[in-house]
Design a protein. Structure first.
Lengths: 113, 114
């Protein structure tokens, strides 16, 4: 149980395009999902907390107009990187909160050319 | 602000050795602490979760301890195997429930060679 699916696993795009990443809780309902970003050999940094049916809460320094988060249902949250640039290249991971902790997706490797 | 530190940053050992990975955190007001495993380019797999009221948790060859007052946790890996090679991350939950945000350390990159 407690499976979180994240899609796509890898995306390569041109600078200026927008990229959408999906995070789904497959076998449980998650009122809260989290989005993290990880640079090489660095820790995971929380970007935002996504609550079903309400606006996401962004961490200090994270541009909400740049990283659009939608949590339309209890099993799906999406992160859209708008007008992506090379500095947005990173590993993005979502997590969903279950009864015993947070369960993580497999991550999305974004490369912006 | 909570800061999580993991020592060592990297560790390379021969198969069969017993290992200790260390994690320290600056604010002892935590809800729980988790140890994760991350394989290269992959997501996180939860290994052990210790509630703030607990002292340790065990799963197979893994044992994690928590000393909340001193802000420390250790992950003990017995009889290491090449398949244990991965990055191990420590994360503390500073909220009041499972919905609390996690603060991660940078991880310990473990290599176990045959």
């Amino acid at each position: 149980g407690a499976v979180v699916s994240q899609h796509p696993s890898r995306v390569i795009c041109k600078s200026g395009t927008s990229v959408k990443i999906e995070c789904r809780s497959l076998d449980f309902q998650a009122t809260t999902m989290f989005w993290y970003r990880q640079f090489p050999k660095q820790s995971l940094m929380l970007m935002a907390t996504s609550n079903e049916g309400s606006k996401a809460t962004y961490e200090q320094g994270v541009e909400k107009d740049k990283f659009l988060i939608n949590h339309a249902s209890l099993t799906l949250s999406t992160l859209t990187v708008t007008s992506a640039h090379p500095e947005d290249s990173s590993f993005y991971i979502c997590s969903a909160t279950g009864t015993k902790g947070q369960y993580f997706g497999a991550g999305t490797r974004l490369s912006v050319l | 602000k909570q800061e999580v530190t993991q020592i060592p940053a990297a560790l390379s050992v021969p198969e069969g050795e017993n290992l200790v990975l260390n994690c320290s955190f600056t604010d002892s007001a935590i809800y729980n602490l988790q140890w994760f495993r991350q394989d290269p380019g992959k997501g996180l797999t939860s290994l052990l979760l210790i509630q703030s009221s607990q002292r340790e948790q065990t799963s197979g060859r893994l044992n994690a301890s928590l000393d909340k007052s001193s802000g420390r946790s250790t992950l003990y890996i017995a009889a290491s195997q090449p398949g244990d090679s991965a990055t191990y991350l420590c994360a503390v939950n500073v909220g009041s429930s499972t919905l609390g945000r996690l603060y991660f350390g940078r991880g310990t990159q473990l290599t176990v060679w045959p």
